[in-house]
Design a binder for this molecule. Structure first.
Ligand code: 6LW
Length: 566
């Protein structure tokens, strides 16, 4: 029997929302402080997704100064009467600041500028009733119960304005338990309000209420939670499941997209990913993952699986592995491991002597597996808090990328000269060939493993206080940067920078053509959401900074590649 593998969208793609037009499915996810915002994907089978565009493809909403996990939260996509609508919220300090709607005739764009809506809170959604009226639902704090309260107002589609009274719909199956992410569906004359509850971590769950009229009164579905993994062993591979959106296939089946995480020994680094869940309907409402029980009887709570059999569901022809791209040849193991210490801010000090690894082979520079072409930059690349503009651009030589050093370091909340893509696999190799001649120790350019402004690691080309070229490995944890190791390299030459990750850590090394040098391994959990806080997963990026000093510095990235190593 054909199967598909969950997650269907690996890496940081939280808060998925999906709609269907004919045979085409469209999905959007949160983008937080990254630009462009709100990636939009297309699929014909709900399993294989291809990114079409970004809904927020140009500057408009102010992201400058934001923590990496603030910004654009929980978009909902809907299609009605020939128009696509996306509603979402700009969040600051973990609170909704501005809810907005954007529209397009074609999901590939162009999308309109954001139109602000007078909507309090976060997680807006749209529901089109049979009479063509459009209702916006969202969540906000409840006056006495704290978080949260689901509310609704009519959206005038001609003026894109909220009109009429606010209807308070529901305060969740458990009051004060962060009811959020409401989506409304009508089935056999009944309005089903499906929400998330328990917070987006280990207590996350799907709960529901229903009503006979769109504005209520809504009554808690006593089966709540309808889907959760909070009862599962914390060692199981999929956790924190919730925040669903439902869609019907042309054949009348229902599927849900949900967010979930894949922790290892209690921490996850990839962020919240998109899982596909089969849904059936009973007289009482939706039943999630019916093959695993589908009833709320202690241990028989439904759960979702990493590998689903597909009966007559999405037309999947064969098992789809999580990884893409050809396998790459095994490489020599790293020679040394350096513990991560929290310590004083970075100061030029005596370098830790790196250990050469046991090969003198010049690393393969000719293959193309996973290699990124930067012309034009692929849709998987993004920057922080706005466009980097000309500071990071395809090189005029026609290959590679030129990075003009910016004053902002990665620890800032500005727009550093930094472009990044998601880490989508626990095990991967990423390599870049970079030429950069620093003229001052404050100038650096290289590879970054980036969780947020206070938790990241850099492997960078720079110079020491005497102007000698070197590669330096630096880790930043809880806002304190520590230089872990350095290795001298030949001046003026391109250098290979590499990071390799597995279930335990991220190992960093470099080569200037003579041999690989290991600079150290950083424990994986340092980059986890559990240690770093917030809502995002790890990015792998290329950057250049002068750390606040005026600089004409410029780095050239010949190529970058990312290969799943599973
Ligand atoms: C999202 C909300 C949430 O808007 O996290 O904890 C927010 N729950 O549903 C960001 O992903």
């Amino acid at each position: 029997m054909p199967t598909f593998r969950n997650p269907v969208l690996p890496g940081c793609h939280p808060d998925p929302s999906v709609c269907r037009v004919g045979e085409d499915f469209y999905l959007v996810t949160s983008s937080f402080a990254y630009h462009p915002g709100i990636p939009l994907f297309h699929s014909r089978d709900l399993v294989r997704w291809t990114q079409l565009t970004h809904v927020l493809d140009r500057p408009g909403l102010p992201l400058d100064g934001l923590d990496t996990s603030d910004g654009i939260w929980a978009p909902t996509i809907r299609h009605h009467d020939g128009t696509f609508y996306v509603v979402s919220t700009l969040a600051r300090n973990r609170r909704g600041e501005l809810t907005f709607v954007v529209t397009a005739d074609d999901p590939a764009g162009p999308w309109s500028d954001p139109v602000p809506l007078e909507a309090e809170g976060i997680d807006p959604s749209l529901f089109f009733d049979d009479d063509g009226r459009c209702w916006l639902t969202a969540c906000r704090d409840a006056p006495e119960d704290g978080p949260g309260e689901l509310w609704m107002r009519e959206l005038d589609l001609d003026r894109l304005k909220l009109v009429g009274p606010t209807h308070v719909l529901w305060r969740g199956a458990v009051r004060g338990a962060w009811v959020e992410a409401p989506h409304l569906y009508k089935r056999d004359g009944v309005y089903h309000l499906i929400a998330a509850e328990g917070g987006t971590e280990s207590n996350h769950s799907v709960t529901a209420a229903r009503a006979g009229a769109v504005t209520g009164p809504y009554v808690t579905d006593p089966r709540s939670p309808l889907l959760t993994h909070r009862h599962r062993d914390p060692g199981e591979p999929i956790q924190n499941v919730g925040h669903v959106d439902l869609v019907d296939t042309p054949d009348g089946e229902t599927w849900a997209v949900a967010l979930g995480v894949r922790p290892i020994e209690g921490t996850h680094t990839l962020g919240r990913e998109v899982f596909l869940v089969p849904v059936t309907w009973s007289a009482r409402g939706p039943v999630f993952a019916p093959e695993s029980g589908g009833v709320r009887l202690s241990e028989r709570l439904p759960s979702i699986a990493s590998e689903h059999p597909v009966s007559s569901g999405p037309p999947v022809t064969s098992e789809l592995p999580i990884s893409s791209g050809p396998p790459i040849a095994p490489e020599p193991a790293l020679a040394s491991e350096l513990p991560v210490a929290s310590g004083p801010p970075v100061a030029p000090g005596p370098p830790i002597t790196p250990e050469p690894s046991n090969t003198s082979e010049w690393p393969d520079d000719s293959g193309t597996a996973g290699r990124t072409s930067f012309d034009p930059p692929g849709l998987e690349w993004h920057s922080l808090r706005g466009p980097v503009g000309d500071r990071v651009r395809p090189s005029s030589s026609g290959t590679g990328l030129t990075i003009d050093l910016g004053p902002e370091p990665l620890s800032s909340t500005g727009v550093p000269s930094f472009v990044a893509r998601r880490q989508q696999h626990v095990r991967f190799h990423a390599r870049a060939r970079i030429a950069f001649a620093a003229t001052h120790p404050s100038e650096e350019a290289g590879l970054a493993v980036f969780q947020n402004q206070d938790h990241h690691a850099t492997l960078a080309l720079t110079v020491d206080a005497d102007g000698r070229p070197q590669v330096v490995l630096t880790v930043r944890e809880a806002g304190t940067s520590t230089r872990l190791a350095s290795a001298p390299v030949t001046g003026g030459e391109a250098v290979l920078l590499a990071v390799e990750a597995d279930e335990t850590g991220y190992a960093f090394r470099c080569s200037d053509g003579t041999q690989w040098i290991s600079l150290g391994t950083i424990e994986r959990s340092l980059f986890s959401s559990e240690r770093a806080g917030g809502f995002v997963g790890v990015r792998l990026g290329l950057y250049g900074t002068s750390n606040g000093r005026p600089s004409e510095g410029r780095a050239h990235v010949h190529w970058f590649d990312y290969d799943p190593a599973c």
